[in-house]
Design a protein. Structure first.
Lengths: 365, 408
């Protein structure tokens, strides 16, 4: 069975093709600046051409049995992976206000894939589904509940796929490992405490801005800083948002665009300061995670910058007593793994649905 | 958000240029805008507006529906142009010639460049996949130059209510050089009618009035820039055996003046001037005209444009300034100077009559309006599309705060 995985962000779409085995992708690639330059209707064709060319070299032909798309938001409505249907698209449309840069583009993208890969099921996998299991004390902010409900103010994390797999990965290796800290090293990094398979603490918030500083994001700040920018400088919400989500973090501290790999190898004084600051914030978050779980069995690093996990682990171990000596690095096939397990769970739940999909596409889990 | 809009805007440039050029090539002198209105309506349909239609007044209207009904933003520019004095032009005013990045033609600056920018601002928001909270209306209205905004009045009083929309804010695409303008002086056109039994008495009275008011006008125009008063020559009516004469006067209206006040002042002036002319009657009145629109409907319009000013610290101006600043556009505020009497915008109709807060933001240059070899700089149109879309999103878009980092 061939699974096409699609992970889209504002700046790029990463795609990969997996065959029946759970190994590395057969082919992968990315489309940069897709929201700026691409005509969305043409994207599936470009991806299919990429796969076809790459498979031709291996004397294979390209076909897809399942397309799996990562969705940044929507866990409240979608508790597990779901096949994209007219109903699910309608549900997505209803929550577009909550993630307005992502969901409208996603809906267009799903339409384009449905149109191109006619008859092939499209599975949607939600980063935030995992966090609907956060304990109430972690999920809620200390603000008036009526107000929080009115504009849906509650905490989520935004790398649920990574964190869920991090726990499963450790637990599969050793059943005794049940208190895991998952450090997802993406451009907006996130630390999550997972206990017994459920999240108990996460650095993400009502939007991806809360938590650890990222490549361009500020992370946690005093809310009054925002009011000060408005009161003292007369800035509107858009300008403040630009400042804290696109001109802060590593970029704000060093004055130049720099990713985490570069930050952790740079000798530039500004970069050294930024690195210290971010490591310190990670230390505080790790301490919170340990406190939330009452201990720690394992720490797992994942995400595109997972290689710097070793350095981070070294720093954290030097600061925290009784810290696990060993850390794990998560393999890079999350979307496929999550889709498979999610789909499997869904198919078990709904036999009628599963039979229909099996017949149409000739695959089974 | 802004970088996506910038890139999409960049990709639309050729399309925008072609559309604006074609629009300039279509003659649309006041009260003869049918062809241009149909062209605009077709373009809005093609660009994916949720609705686009021509209303009963002949205005071309495009709507992009938001998730909620409020706030609704109306972008408004007029389709019509004044009749160009072709002898003064160094080229045909209807060929849409492009030279050195400037598009020349009747109405290029006032206000087809602004209209194109507003139509494509809606398209830019759609193409950037930015969902709207409130509705966006793009209204290309008729009979502004020679109809005292009859088209706009029908739009606001009849068309918009019929589709369930009430405009909360309006942005005019009139020439501001992409500055944020919030008002201008008004003007009134008056007629002094002199009537008597003896043609010689009528003639003497008319000449006295003309000489005296011309002196007042010269003094006022010397003391004030721009032009303050314009006194026409008396026209003697031969059908009455020269027993009556009419004199046309244009007068600028400051924010402290009203047309009624000017009529009262002028009545007093002419009464003093003709106090010794016992055999003539003099009457001052605001000029009214019967206008026939291109679709055959008729309206009586008074030749008055009141001064208007939106509070420069109003929420509309504040959000417009903030949005432009966030979008890294130039933020320049000011008011139109209206160098010539008789020029104006529909701002007074929107603000004074319908209480809709209004500002101007358009790519044209005020100095070019109503002039020979009128032009608009194409780059200014592209900037205006982006700036207008940013303001509209700031006013009625769904906020994207917290979701704008390149990657999550």
């Amino acid at each position: 069975m061939n699974i096409v995985t699609i992970s889209q962000n504002i700046s790029k779409i990463e795609f990969a093709l997996f065959d029946g085995s759970c190994g590395e992708p057969v082919s992968k690639g990315e489309l940069k600046n897709w929201m700026n330059h691409e005509i969305i209707g043409g994207i599936p064709g470009k991806i299919a051409t990429h796969f076809s060319k790459s498979l031709r070299k291996q004397e294979k032909t390209f076909s897809a049995n399942l397309v799996c798309i990562r969705v940044a938001y929507g866990g409240q409505e979608f508790k597990s992976p779901e096949i994209a249907t007219a109903r699910s698209l309608e549900k997505l449309k209803k929550i577009e206000n909550a993630a307005p840069m992502h969901i409208p583009a996603l809906i267009e993208l799903i339409g384009a894939f449905k149109n191109y890969f006619r008859g092939t099921p499209i599975a949607l996998v939600f980063e935030t589904s995992f966090f609907t299991r956060l304990p109430e004390r972690e999920r809620n902010y200390a603000i008036n509940p009526g107000l929080a409900k009115e504009i849906s103010l509650q905490r989520f994390g935004y790398h649920g796929i990574f964190h869920e797999r991090a726990y499963e990965y450790c637990h599969e290796k050793d059943k005794r490992l049940s208190r895991i800290i998952s450090v997802c090293l993406e451009p907006v990094p996130e630390i999550c405490a997972v206990m017994g398979g459920s999240p108990v603490m996460v650095t993400g918030g009502a939007t991806p801005l809360e938590g650890l500083p990222g490549e361009t994001t500020c992370g946690d700040i005093d809310p009054l800083i925002i009011l000060s920018l408005s009161e003292n400088l007369g800035w509107g919400p858009e300008e403040i948002n630009n400042a804290i989500s696109r001109k802060s973090g590593i970029y704000g501290l060093t004055g130049r665009k720099m990713d985490f790999t570069e930050l952790f190898s740079s000798a530039d004084p500004d970069a050294i300061f930024a690195r210290r600051l971010i490591l310190y914030r990670m230390l505080l978050a790790t301490g919170s995670a340990i406190a939330a779980m009452g201990g720690l069995d394992a720490i797992v690093f994942s995400g595109r910058y997972r290689e710097i996990g070793g350095q981070i682990h070294g720093y954290l171990s030097s600061k925290l007593g009784k810290f696990p000596e060993k850390h794990e690095i998560l393999p890079d096939q999350l979307l496929k793994l999550t889709t498979c397990s999610g789909m499997l769970a869904m198919l078990k739940k709904d036999r009628t649905h599963s039979q229909k999909i099996s017949l149409d596409n000739g695959y089974s889990f | 958000m802004y970088w996506i809009m910038k890139a999409k805007n960049e990709a639309m440039k050729d399309e925008v240029k072609d559309f604006t050029q074609e629009l300039v090539r279509i003659t649309s002198i006041s009260l003869d805008e049918k062809k241009a209105a149909e062209f605009i309506c077709g373009k809005m349909k093609e660009l994916g507006y949720d609705d686009s239609f021509i209303d009963d007044a002949g205005n071309a209207v495009g709507v992009i529906r938001g998730r909620e009904s409020e706030p609704a933003v109306m972008l408004n520019s007029h389709i019509d142009t004044i009749a160009p004095d072709e002898e003064k032009w160094s080229m045909s005013p209807f060929r849409g010639i492009i030279e050195n990045g400037k598009l020349f033609g009747a109405g290029a600056s006032d206000c087809k460049g602004g209209l194109a920018a507003q139509i494509y601002a809606g398209a830019l928001l759609k193409r950037s996949l930015l969902p709207m909270r409130g509705h966006l209306v793009v209204a290309a209205t008729v009979a502004e130059e020679n109809g005292c905004s009859v088209g706009l009045k029908k739009l606001v009083s009849s068309t918009l209510p019929s589709i369930g929309i009430k405009a909360d804010y309006a942005i005019l695409g009139e020439p501001t050089g992409n500055g944020l303008y919030y008002g201008h002086d008004g003007w009134v056109e008056l007629n002094i009618h002199i009537e008597g039994v003896n043609p010689f008495h009528v003639s003497d009275a008319a000449r006295n009035i003309n000489t005296d008011l011309s002196l007042v006008s010269t003094i006022r125009n010397t003391m004030n820039t721009p032009e303050e008063m314009n006194i026409g020559h008396p026209v003697f009516n031969d059908d009455s055996g020269f027993r009556s004469a009419d004199m046309r006067i244009s007068k600028r209206l400051s924010s402290a003046e009203s047309p009624e006040g000017v009529v009262s002042w002028l009545n007093h002036e002419v009464a003093v001037l003709t106090q010794n002319e016992k055999n003539v009657a003099v009457e001052v009145a605001v000029i009214s005209e019967n206008q026939k629109m291109y679709n055959g409907s008729r309206s009586v319009v008074k030749r008055v444009a009141n001064s208007w000013q939106t509070d420069p610290y109003s929420p509309l101006m504040q959000r417009a300034r903030q949005s432009l600043s966030a979008a890294e556009c130039e933020v320049r505020t000011g008011k139109w100077t209206l160098g010539k009497l008789g020029m104006g915008t529909a701002g007074s109709v929107l603000l004074n009559e319908y209480k809709i807060p209004v500002i101007g933001y358009g790519p044209g240059s005020e100095d070019c309006a109503h002039c020979a070899d009128e032009y608009v700089v194409l780059d200014r149109i592209y900037e205006s599309i982006y700036g207008t879309a940013s303001i509209v999103h700031g006013l009625a878009g769904i906020p994207v705060c917290g979701w704008t980092s390149d990657e999550i």
